[in-house]
Design a protein around this ligand. Structure first.
Ligand SMILES: [Zn+2]
Ligand SMILES: [Zn+2]
Length: 364
């Protein structure tokens, strides 16, 4: 085991759209804490939003989809040891408060505290060489099996958020579900819904993504952009749904794109008593029009899901590490730590080829 240096490189958020590579002291840990050398950290849209809009006060070090190696363990830490390769989880509910007793973990006060930091106000710290891990987030720390990579470990957190959302849907085997948007999150939905026995229709504007969706288990593909070019050849989404469900309508729709039009269209395609699940509408303060009688009279539920559920972590680890959900296919770009700003730039302006983007510390 190499000695721990005094200083490290970290990418510090200094204000809206202002990320700087700085030299900081390596965090000091307490007797009940861990020091982890970061190997990989995924770029997550929630961090991108905070960085672009400057919604939280600087300075902070973001990055919460982190995997790495334990290089130091406090003397009171029993369940982990130096050398363990681990995936980290930064938010843990208390399981005791009013919100937790209702299963609304993302609304718990403790949950909103971040238990991993590379310095400053804790914000994940994955865009640094080392992070300090506090004991209250240990329940979410997972050891990465030998045959699996740090890249796979870093994907546990986003997969967890998707599995949590899938569990909110009341589905029967054979149900027809639309997943709108086939970015990395949409593709995870496609795969997990397929594993639940659903027949999945996917839509996306990029054919490259639709192709991968097919491999992830989508039964039918729809590119809404294609219909303008050749109106008579391409079946529209309403026709497709009509035909596949014999006029009954979708059992559920997952909206993995931040588009209100897509929500409204899905609402019309849903059967009475079906569910619409919003996953990407994270921007506050936007109003939209929706016929509320579709919710009241037609009993079409409009639900959301945000963040992860640590109780699902063992199931998530199994899905990812067994490769029933092969997350390696989703990672298209790896950037070195110094180029975190470029990684975030690409993640916020995806190309036809780009899916999940990670920051990778090649020295590990
Ligand atoms: Zn995330
Ligand atoms: Zn709680």
């Amino acid at each position: 085991m190499t000695a721990i240096p005094e200083t490290m490189q970290a990418v510090v958020y200094r204000g809206a759209n202002d990320l700087r590579v700085e030299t900081l002291t390596v965090p000091k840990i307490g007797p009940r804490e861990l020091l982890v050398k970061v190997a990989v950290c995924g770029v997550c849209p929630t961090d991108i939003k905070k960085i672009h809009y400057g919604t939280v006060p600087p300075p902070r070090i973001f990055g919460h989809e982190t995997a790495g190696t334990i290089v130091q363990a406090g003397r009171n830490v029993k369940q982990f040891r130096v050398g363990d390769r681990v995936a980290l989880h930064h938010h843990i509910p208390c399981l005791k408060c009013h919100a937790c007793r209702h299963g609304a973990f993302a609304q718990c006060a403790q949950y909103k505290r971040t238990g991993i930091t590379a310095g400053f106000e804790p914000a994940g710290g994955g865009y640094a060489e080392y992070v300090r891990v506090m004991p209250f987030v240990f329940p979410g720390v997972v050891k990465i099996p030998k045959r699996n990579s740090f890249l796979e470990g870093a994907m546990l957190e986003p997969v967890n958020t998707v599995l949590k959302a899938v569990k909110r849907l009341k589905l029967l085997r054979g149900d027809v579900v639309l997943v709108a948007g086939q970015g990395p999150i949409g593709l995870m939905f496609t795969r997990l819904l397929k594993l639940e026995g659903a027949n999945v229709i996917v839509s996306d504007l990029l054919n490259s993504r639709l192709k991968l969706a097919r491999e992830f288990g989508a039964k039918w593909l729809c590119n809404p952009a294609a219909k303008q070019e050749s109106a008579d050849k391409v079946e529209t989404l309403p026709n497709l749904v009509q035909r596949l469900t014999r006029g009954r309508g979708l059992d559920a729709a997952v909206i993995a794109v931040p588009s209100d039009d897509v929500v409204r269209e899905a609402q019309t395609l849903l059967r009475g008593g079906g569910q619409i699940l919003l996953f990407s509408h994270t921007r506050r303060g936007e109003q939209t029009e929706l016929d509320l009688a579709t919710i009241c009279v037609d009993e079409k539920d409009l639900i959301g899901s945000y963040s992860a559920d640590v109780l699902l972590q063992p199931e998530v680890a199994k899905l990812v590490f067994s490769r029933r959900l092969d997350v390696r296919r989703l990672i298209t770009h790896q950037f070195p730590l110094e180029q975190t700003a470029a990684a975030i730039e690409l993640a916020s302006h995806p190309t036809a080829e780009s899916l999940k983007i990670v920051v990778n510390q090649v020295s590990v």
